[in-house]
Design a protein around this ligand. Structure first.
Ligand code: LLP
Length: 422
């Protein structure tokens, strides 16, 4: 469920007409609904209500705007970060270190040190070299690093190959077969305190079975590790629960159902449960609002050329992802729909958002919204083709604020410099 609905013939974000935002801020622009963010975070709280002391660590990579992070942090969210930059964002949004989990396969020593100095709940460690480096960094700072090893359960998440992470052939985690050995090494290393086990098998999962398989393996491993004398007290179950990108197909499982799968698999172990959802909280809380530049009648195809492009929303070009594209002015119920190829102005054919999208008759200057763009939208945007970075707006009830301004062309140019010897 989201809060983008037609009222009086105009698509609104909560109680704000998107036309108003387009006039005030210009297009393209990402628009988020605070109510949806709150609602979705609340669904995870309900889903884990059975697990005392749980942590819902929002995957910052999905949407790292400080205002979004602050809104979630105020509800008690923790943060799952994968870089020094994301760690700094979480701190800047007011998240205490004890609610920040540091994930990622390639943490640098500098990033480890910054997190150890600023406070961290745990590092999800993905390899033996990383473990050794973390030990060194912690010892040099005279502190202890809390660690969960990310274990690769070798299950097929049955999602897009580019976002599947739990197969043995993927770069993530340590193989299950080596886990006992690596934990023994962790226990021997100075500056390391083993606190838990971590898994994350992929993103946009639409089926709970891969989770069931992975969590069963996690439970077995936890028992084994405890028998070896490790104090496993936290289980990080990862993120990855999918969202409905199309209104017309079977919806993926709900957080409450995922929570039950977790409960059935590991509740009896009595661990603190951590989860790292990103897309499920932010995805349907955002739209990308864009204006039609031209309607171009082609040979047997009509093109809707928008002012948004692949640099603003790369998911269709990168993952063949589908985003529903809807007109901001509500079409008449009887309005005939015609197929449009919806494209951006960037000079490559990959800059195509949809082929044959059914839309009512559209004109220059009309507004459209890409649904389900609140996760992995703005964060993956670039300035390709020297298009200034797309801005972001947060709506709450009947008011809105720009939460990231569009840089001017001058600001964009000012970041380059021409050496004096040129
Ligand atoms: N935890 C870890 C360690 C992750 O790598 C990820 C996502 C998450 C949590 C959050 O997963 P989520 O709940 O959002 O599915 N750019 C791609 C998605 C990449 C996901 C990478 N890892 C896309 O646009 O589909």
């Amino acid at each position: 469920m989201d809060h983008f609905n037609y009222q009086g013939g105009i698509l609104h974000a909560e109680d704000v007409p998107l036309t108003r935002i387009a006039e005030a801020v210009g297009t393209p622009v990402y628009v988020y609904a605070a109510a949806t963010l709150r609602r979705h975070f609340g669904l995870f709280q309900e889903a884990l209500a059975w697990a005392p002391g749980h942590l819902i660590a929002f995957a910052v990579k999905a949407n790292s705007n400080l205002a979004v992070l602050k809104l979630l942090a105020d509800m008690g969210a923790g943060m799952d970060v994968v870089s020094g930059g994301e760690y700094a964002r979480a701190k800047a949004a007011g998240v205490p270190g004890e609610r920040i989990v540091f994930s990622g396969v390639g943490k640098t020593r500098e990033e480890m040190a910054a997190a150890l100095r600023g406070g961290i709940r745990q590092f999800n460690v993905e390899s033996e070299p990383e473990l050794a480096a973390l030990s060194e960094v912690a010892v040099s700072l005279g502190v202890t690093a809390p660690v969960a090893m990310r274990v690769n359960p070798d299950v097929d998440a049955r999602t897009h190959a580019k976002i599947s992470t739990g197969k043995a052939e993927n770069k993530f985690g340590i193989p299950l077969a080596r886990a006992v050995e690596v934990y023994a090494e962790a226990a021997r290393l100075p500056g390391i305190e083993v606190v838990g086990v971590d898994m994350h098998i992929g993103s946009q999962l639409t089926d709970l079975d891969p989770y069931r398989q992975a969590y069963a393996r996690m439970a077995r491993l936890t028992r084994e590790l405890r028998a070896e004398g490790h104090d496993i007290r936290r289980l990080d179950m990862g993120g990855g629960l999918g969202i409905p990108y199309r209104r017309d197909n079977n919806a993926p499982p709900l957080p409450i159902e995922w929570g039950q799968v977790i409960r059935e698999a590991v509740a009896d172990l009595g661990c603190e449960i951590e989860v790292e959802p990103g897309r499920n909280i932010a995805g349907n809380a955002g739209v990308l609002l864009s204006r039609v530049i031209w309607v171009k009648r082609g040979e047997g195809r009509d093109f809707l050329i928008l002012d948004a492009a692949m640099n603003d929303l790369i998911r269709p070009a990168m993952y063949d992802a589908h985003h529903d594209i809807v007109p901001v002015r509500e079409p008449e119920v009887v309005a005939p729909l015609a197929p449009f190829d919806v494209v951006g102005p960037v000079c490559e054919t990959g800059d195509t958002f949809a082929r044959g999208a059914p839309l009512p008759e559209m004109d220059e200057g009309d507004l459209v919204a890409f649904r389900s763009a609140g996760a992995y939208g703005a964060v993956m945007a670039s300035e390709y083709n020297s298009r200034p970075l797309v801005p972001e707006v947060l709506v709450d009830g009947d008011h809105f604020a720009v939460i990231r301004a569009r840089p001017s062309v001058d600001e964009m140019l000012a970041r380059d410099s021409i050496p004096e010897w040129l």
